[in-house]
Structure formats: C-alpha cells, structure tokens
Design a protein around this ligand. Structure first.
Ligand code: LIP
Length: 270
C-alpha cells in the first residue's frame, strides 16, 4: 500500500468513527447548542467529533499541522512547507445536523506544500464515503465516480449557500442567485458545502458556487477535481495565493459550464 493509500485508509477510518459518534449523539436527543459570535451554530457533537479526529491524527502523526473548524481554526498559523497539514470539518452542515436532516458530512483533507493529496467526505446518515487521492481518482464507497457532462446551461442544476451573517451580503447573493436562475434549470440548497461539491463530483449536481471556509471545501475540492470537474473561482484570487485552500468565490462545476457560469456570476456583481 502506498503512503497516500495508507493515509486515505487512516482518514476513512477516523471519518467513519466520527460518523458513528455524531449519529449516536444525535440519537440521544440532548445536543447542546451554542453560537459562535452569537450567530454560527456549534453543538457539543461538533466539539466531540473534532476532538476524536484531531486526537487520532496527533497520536499517529505528532509532527503534522492541523487546521480544524472547532479546535484550531487559525489559517494564519498554517505553514505551507514540507510539514503535512490536516484540514478538518468535524460536522459540515451543522444546522442540518441540529435539525435532524441527513445532509451532514465529516470532511478531512491531507495537504502537503499547499496541495491537497488525499480527501475524505463521509455522510454517515446516507452511508456515503467520498474519497480521492491526487492524480489517482475519486470514489464513492470505493466505486470510481465522474462528474456530469452537461453542456447546456438551461439543463444545469446548481447548488449554492448563504453565510450565517447575511447582514451585509444579501443583495449581492440574491443578485447572483437571480442571474443563475434566469439561465439554469434550477437550484438546490443542500446546506453542506462538502456535500454540494461531492454531488458535483458524482454528477448529481452540475455546478456549485459559494464563499465558505477552507475546512468546508478542501476535501471536496480534490474529490471534484479527480472526478473530472473543473475547480476554480468566479473571482480570481490574487497571485499571492498559491495553495489550494482558498475558499472565497468558489466555482466548481462540469467543465463545459465553467466559463459560462463564471461570466454569469461576474456580470452579476453589484
Ligand atoms: C456550512 C457550509 C454551507 C454554508 C453554511 C455553513 P458548517 O458549514 O457547509 O455550505 O452555506 O453557511 O458555512 O458551518 O455547517 O460547517
């Protein structure tokens, strides 16, 4: 087994363990809800899953870096050198999780020198384990996956999302959404960026755009890229960004629609 294959096996194992944990905690029906900055929901299950994953990584790889939504969300402290980095969202789709929806995922990415090498996104409520190894492919439950081949905007189904704090961006977000709906078939709001992106990789969606945090999208980025989808931005980041963890103005979609959707979203700028 190659090093990256053993890394993926390890990541899948801890994602599965975290999945069992969050399913069990929700079934007990006594989740504690808190709100970061008074607006962003976090439950005690988010904290527990984050700890389970981070502890397992520290035990096996004590010298690796960890960027984790709940225990270490400081992107500025990350060094994109030879030191491997783990990027963790212990529960992506926290609001869905707290409302007993099924669109919930554990997202784990393994990064070296700013390039994502291994990715795992696990939905324990649908028993769907998405995974990828750089330049080796993407899989759902160990079966290879490919993105859609949709070429007509008016046949495209896209996903997007909205930030917790909508106070400043709502007019711009609605303008973009209206422009997309005027030219595409329909929209889906799954509530988990990681699963939005994996559904593009699987062909269940044709496109996804949003601004999120690195832990929401890092693993999905590699899974979508290895499925043949185009991963990029509708507003290009500045040249100083050389790593693959930039998470603003993401556009991930079937290749034929990338430029047409990029044009729609750029023209919809207020
Ligand atoms: C969520 C993202 C989703 C976004 C939500 C939230 P969380 O992540 O997956 O796409 O629209 O605002 O950021 O908070 O559930 O980890």
């Amino acid at each position: 087994m190659s090093n990256l294959e053993s890394i993926m096996s390890f990541a899948s194992d801890i994602a599965s363990q975290a999945g069992d944990l969050i399913v069990s905690l929700r079934a007990q029906n006594r989740l504690r809800h808190d709100y970061k900055q008074g607006i962003e929901l976090v439950t005690d299950a988010d904290i527990a899953a984050d700890k389970l994953i981070a502890d397992a990584i520290r035990l096996k790889f004590p010298n690796h870096q960890i960027l984790a939504e709940e225990s270490n969300p400081n992107m500025d402290a990350i060094v994109h050198d030879d030191t491997p980095l783990w990027v963790i969202d212990p529960i992506d789709g926290t609001v869905n999780y707290a409302h007993h929806h099924q669109m919930v995922a554990i997202s784990i990415a393994y990064v070296v020198k700013g390039k994502i090498q291994v990715a795992v996104v696990y939905n324990p409520f649908l028993s769907e384990m998405f995974s990828a190894i750089r330049k080796q492919g993407a899989w759902l439950n160990d079966q290879p996956i490919r993105c859609s081949q949709t070429k007509d905007l008016n046949r495209a189904i896209f996903a997007t999302g909205f930030p917790y704090d909508k106070s400043t961006q709502l007019p711009q977000l609605i303008t973009r959404l209206q422009s997309m709906l005027e030219q595409c078939a329909d929209v889906r709001r799954l509530g988990s960026a990681a699963l939005d992106i994996c559904w593009v990789a699987l062909g269940r969606l044709d496109a996804y755009y949003e601004t999120v945090s690195p832990w929401d999208c890092a693993a999905g980025w590699l899974i979508a890229k290895e499925s043949g989808a185009k991963c990029g931005y509708f507003i290009q980041p500045n040249d100083s960004i050389t790593h693959e963890l930039h998470s603003e103005n993401l556009l991930i979609c079937t290749p034929a629609l990338f430029e047409p959707i990029k044009t729609i979203l750029q023209k919809a700028q207020l």
